[in-house]
Ligand binder design. Structure first.
Ligand code: UDX
Ligand code: UDX
Length: 465
């Protein structure tokens, strides 16, 4: 078996996955040159920005690594052609959103960017190239990738081998997840290519954590992992609703079940529903595949994970309205957190978006805060519901001056700074009767003991008192 020694990598897609993943590879493999390319010039400029606080992605620990390796063996550019030409291995890390039109619209993943990149690899690559699917894609995508690549082999004597190497990093903890992964999964058909990729990871990952499978198991494992994780959140959220009406406490239930090793204590936090670019998209993709392969019962089973998530989000919005006497028109509501989880500036599928839109639709004025998201992103996410000149909402990265005369506060993201708020001083600024809704259960009730505030927490049975 002749295992290729990888000296140069090209990664197409400088997004939330491609950027951090390549930074960690470059950091751990000083002997490999890593070129990250993207069609988005503005994004590449930000990756190359001298001021590391301006990187296009906020991820704890990322700027330190980029500061260390950029210009050494990590490079960002828009020169896709020469990066592919020079590469021994090409990672495809472009986005694979849900299709918005045509067959499978609203469910199937749109793999047109993956296909487009594959064509570029077929066109520009020289010699033997290993193509690695990093993007999350439908099972059997490698079939299409192989077919496109093989149609170009004969013309210029280039040859290809396709691997599936899904990324399991979670945003907000990406660097730690990449540095200390639970496992590395490599699916492929040629053991020499699998070994070549494995050798890269062996620079920092223990070999028992690197597993290889066939291509289809690897592609399906990524969808399945996300489906199981999302299912857990829908399960705990469904129980949070039951806690609220029975007098049980979700934290106590969580602890009691989490101590069972078969269940485990991770990923059991009730909240406003899962967001992020992956869970919904990947479950929809899974349900589409099940339908396609004639398994409608399996498809319906997974679809319920999404319905439960939508319902949790809706019931929180409805509860806010109910508590405020069924009317929020002209009332000021402070929204704490707009990103889909803490420690990221990503708002894709954030539960805050639909909750804010619904509240705006009821005529509320929203004072939105997030420490990392920017106003441009919020404007784009709220779309047409935001009035001209944002007269029905305001945005700030700062907690000062956002609470004045507010009727309610809704905590939607579990940022650490919200755990440290001095509620006694905030309380003085509110218009009474005022409400504090904690949808992430991060506020210690003792901290509001001395406030004349109405308090609601997700999954807390005392809410019925
Ligand atoms: C990743 C995965 O690749 C996706 O399959 C998974 O489901 C979610 O995570 P992510 O890195 O989060 O995607 O996406 P994004 O931040 O949108 O980055 C993708 C990048 O690819 C963008 O910067 C985009 O400009 C770039 N791109 C897209 C190209 O360079 N070429 C293309 O043809 C298409
Ligand atoms: C997820 C997977 O965790 C990761 O392995 C995969 O590669 C990409 O998709 P990500 O979406 O970045 O990662 O974040 P994750 O931590 O999984 O959170 C997803 C959503 O679930 C967030 O909205 C989060 O707030 C929510 N969540 C998570 C809960 O509501 N409760 C929990 O206990 C955990």
């Amino acid at each position: 078996m002749n295992v290729k020694n990888i000296k140069t990598i090209c990664c197409i897609g400088a997004g939330y996955v491609g950027g951090p993943t390549m930074a960690v590879i470059a950091d751990n493999c000083p002997h490999i040159n890593v070129n990250v390319v993207d069609v988005n010039e503005e994004r590449i400029q930000l990756w190359n920005c001298k001021d590391l606080s301006k990187l296009p992605i906020f991820e704890p620990g990322l700027s330190d690594i980029v500061g260390r390796v950029r210009g050494r063996n990590l490079f960002f550019s828009t020169d896709i052609e020469s990066s592919i030409k020079n590469a021994d291995m090409v990672f495809i890390s472009v986005n694979t959103p849900t299709k918005i039109k045509g067959i499978g619209a609203g469910k199937a993943s749109d793999i047109s960017w993956v296909e487009e990149c594959t064509r570029q690899v077929a066109k520009y690559s020289v010699g033997e190239t290993i193509v690695v699917e990093k993007s999350t894609i439908p099972v059997k995508t490698a079939e299409a990738v192989k077919s496109i690549l093989s149609s170009s082999d004969s013309e210029k004597g280039s040859s290809f081998s396709v691997l599936s190497n899904p990324e399991f990093l979670a945003e907000g903890t990406a660097i730690n997840d990449l540095q200390n992964p639970d496992r590395i999964l490599i699916g492929g058909e040629h053991s020499s290519s699998i070994e070549a990729l494995k050798n890269i990871y062996l620079n920092w990952v223990n070999q028992d954590k690197i597993i290889s499978t066939n291509l289809w198991s690897s592609e399906l494992s990524k969808l399945t992992a996300n489906a199981f994780l999302a299912q857990r959140i829908s399960s705990i959220n469904s129980i949070s609703a039951l806690c609220e009406v029975t007098g049980a406490n979700i934290d106590e239930v969580k602890r009691a079940i989490g101590l069972d090793k078969r269940i485990g204590d991770k990923f059991l936090n009730a909240g406003p529903g899962f967001g992020g670019s992956c869970f919904k998209k990947d479950i929809l993709n899974l349900t589409y595949l099940c339908e396609h392969f004639g398994l409608p019962v399996v498809s319906n089973y997974w679809e319920h994970v999404i319905s439960m998530n939508d319902w949790q989000n809706y019931r929180i919005y409805k509860m806010v309205i109910d508590k405020l006497f069924g009317n929020v028109s002209k009332k000021k509501i402070v929204i704490l957190g707009f990103s889909f989880k803490a420690n990221t500036n990503d708002t894709r599928e954030s539960p805050a978006i639909s909750i804010c839109k619904n509240l705006l639709n009821e005529g509320a004025f929203l004072s939105i805060h997030d420490p990392q998201v920017n106003r441009i992103q919020v404007t784009s996410d709220l779309g047409d519901i935001g009035e001209e000149n944002n007269s029905n909402w305001s945005f700030s990265n700062d907690l000062e001056d956002i609470f004045d005369n507010a009727d309610a506060i809704v905590v939607l993201t579990e940022w650490d700074i919200y755990k440290k708020i001095d509620w006694n001083s905030v309380n003085l600024k509110l218009r009474k009767p005022a409400w504090l809704f904690d949808t992430r259960k991060i506020i210690n009730p003792e901290k509001i003991n001395n406030c004349d505030l109405n308090f609601w927490q997700v999954g807390l049975g005392n809410n019925i008192l």
